[in-house]
Design a protein around this ligand. Sequence first.
Ligand code: G3H
Length: 478
Amino acid sequence: GGEVYKYYADGEWRASGSGKSVPIVNPTTRKTQYRVQACTQEEVNKVMEAAKVAQKAWARTPLWKRAELLHKAAAILKEHKAPIAECLVKEIAKPAKDAISEVVRSGDLISYTAEEGVRILGEGKLLVSDSFPGNERNKYCLSSKIPLGVVLAIPPFNYPVNLAVSKIGPALIAGNSLVLKPPTQGAVAALHMVHCFHLAGFPKGLISCVTGKGSEIGDFLTMHPGVNCISFTGGDTGIAISKKAGMVPLQMELGGKDACIVLEDADLDLVAANIVKGGFSYSGQRCTAVKVVLIMESIADAVVEKVNAKLAKLKVGPPEDDSDITPVVTESSANFIEGLVMDAKEKGATFCQEYRREGNLIWPLLLDHVRPDMRIAWEEPFGPVLPVIRINSVEEGIHHCNASNFGLQGCVFTRDINKAILISDAMETGTVQINSAPARGPDHFPFQGLKDSGIGSQGITNSINMMTKVKSTVINLP
Ligand code: G3H
């Protein structure tokens, strides 16, 4: 299109002085669908200044009022679910039904955040001095949580709305201001979501949304002296950000190579259903997708057969038709996936389906008999391609899982709860799901990655706490 969507600063929609725009290519049509402003560094500076000023007043706004505004934004967001979901369909090829769920889930997340914030931020602590040796009972320490200041939120393309509000909600309820840099693909959905906060009536400058090229404003934002906290979800860029960022708290959720360990006594129908859901929903473009299946040799044939039967039933096509498998986000992503598939082919993996690709659309593919010398045994395809590694012992499975540089989630299927717990303890991941595919939600559960999968813990409660600092006042009695 011709229209360039405006960015949001100081409570207004603005065109960038750069006169430039960034195209958003529809993954399905591979044509430019929308354009957003290419903001300049000077515009970022202005946004940061406004955010700093707005935060001071916001921190003094009563907690119940902050919560009230968030509830309002949540309701407006839900009212706008259809047009926002349409953006998700056009910008990131999210299946229509999933796009609606993302927006509804986001409204629920904001409301829950408001309620949780009122509860946990409304409480402080009182300590008395005489529990520490040498002290009389003459000091009373009152501690409570105060905001950090300006929070920078950088969500990824796969949940441009939900992973934005999972940062915005906690930041705002805790009394911070927020600067959002949406992913290019998903930026228009994010701008529309920000509009809902605008309509709810948040003070000017408290929330802003800058769009543009990473090369121009990416490092500039993350290294900006006005930023007091960074919450980032995405890929390797997060590692670079963490090296360059200043002395500010970081919340990072990066990649994953979530393993699915299947034991001999597992319910094989349950396993197959979860492999398909975990590995192929949103075409595998989830950090928590099942990215490697580690299965005991004796049941491998049976599970592979069940999975193949289910894959044959998936609907492959455009997101508008509510297909299960839709085009991956960019051509370069499709090329990367294809590279992993070709590497596996050369090294002798068994193709359970024929490899098929049209443009960015890749048909679901299960690769059996994958071995550790294949790239796909370790790398994240972020596409509808799933490797199966046959194992002869549980230890072998745990070893593969722990040899990964990632450690987001993992799952284990068995009817033996004792074994499941022991395996969970042994897996070096932030979460282990017993008898279900990995998933971040429900959104109040803690969510964290070990190793290269991230820093800190998310989930509503943890994010609110992470975006605050403890402040103490000590009353000294004579
Ligand atoms: O892509 C990363 C997301 O945090 C995964 O969220 O488990 O709800 O799909 P999900």
